[in-house]
Every structure is written in C-alpha cells, then in structure tokens.
Design a protein around this ligand. Structure first.
Ligand SMILES: [Zn+2]
Length: 134
C-alpha cells in the first residue's frame, strides 16, 4: 500500500479560500513556518515547523503501544537533530506497510519518537517531548 506524504503547509493554505484572509494570514504562516522545534529536555534543535507533513491526512496522531502507553505524535519530513538507533522492524507498526526505528535526541539521548520507512521516510515525534522556539 502506498501512502502520499502531503505537505502540511500546502494543505493548510488550501483550506483558506478567501483571498483577502489568505493575504492577511500569509505573514502569520511565514512566521509559524520558520519556527524551530526543540528537544524539551536540552533545547537541541530537532526539526522545523517547515518540515511538518501530513501522513494519512493528519499531522498529529494518537496511538497506544502494546504496553498501553498513549503517545501523541507529530509527523515531520526530516529531523536532523535525531539519532536513529536499533533494528528496523514492522512489529506493531502504527503505519501500515512501514518499518520503524527508535529516534533519540542526538544531544541528550532522550527518546523523542520514531523514524518510519517504506521507500519514503518520515519522523513521528512525541509532541510533549518537544518545544517550539518562540
Ligand atoms: Zn535533547
């Protein structure tokens, strides 16, 4: 099965059909897009709002793991501040057809999320372990 990774920002603009409103929002969006996403623990620069993407039509997903732990994750096209480790596996994968590996902060080594791969790849990062640079 093939999933299309839509660009979050493209989709966001698409909904704003009122031209005047779109113009007014342009500056706000540009500001929002340029924001950095940081590791909550050590403030390491992990990724950017500009790398936000939609996977299966959503940027934010909520899943539970086999132990019943609930995670709210956000999807990003890339995360240069992450260190990917461990064997790649499709066991209990949240995204059908994708393998996953653990993704850690490359500075403090906290577990921040997962890298999903299936020819194409994206990062799913745990929202409450990240903060936005304002
Ligand atoms: Zn960190």
């Amino acid at each position: 099965m093939q999933f299309v990774l839509n660009h979050y920002w493209f989709k966001k603009n698409e909904f704003e059909t009122d031209k005047r409103f779109r113009e007014e929002r342009k500056e706000d969006l540009a500001k929002e897009r340029s924001k950095k996403i940081l590791c909550k623990y050590c403030k390491n620069h992990i990724t950017n709002m500009d790398d936000a993407i939609l996977v299966e039509d959503k940027h934010t997903h909520t899943f539970s793991n086999p132990a019943g732990y609930i995670y709210t994750i956000n999807c990003y096209q890339s995360a240069p501040g992450c260190l990917v480790a461990g064997e790649s596996t499709d066991e209990f994968s949240w995204f059908k057809g994708y393998d996953w590996q653990l993704a850690f902060c490359n500075s403090c080594h906290e577990h921040l999320g997962w890298l999903f791969t299936n020819g194409q790849q994206f990062y799913a990062l745990i929202s409450d372990r990240l903060s936005q640079d304002v």
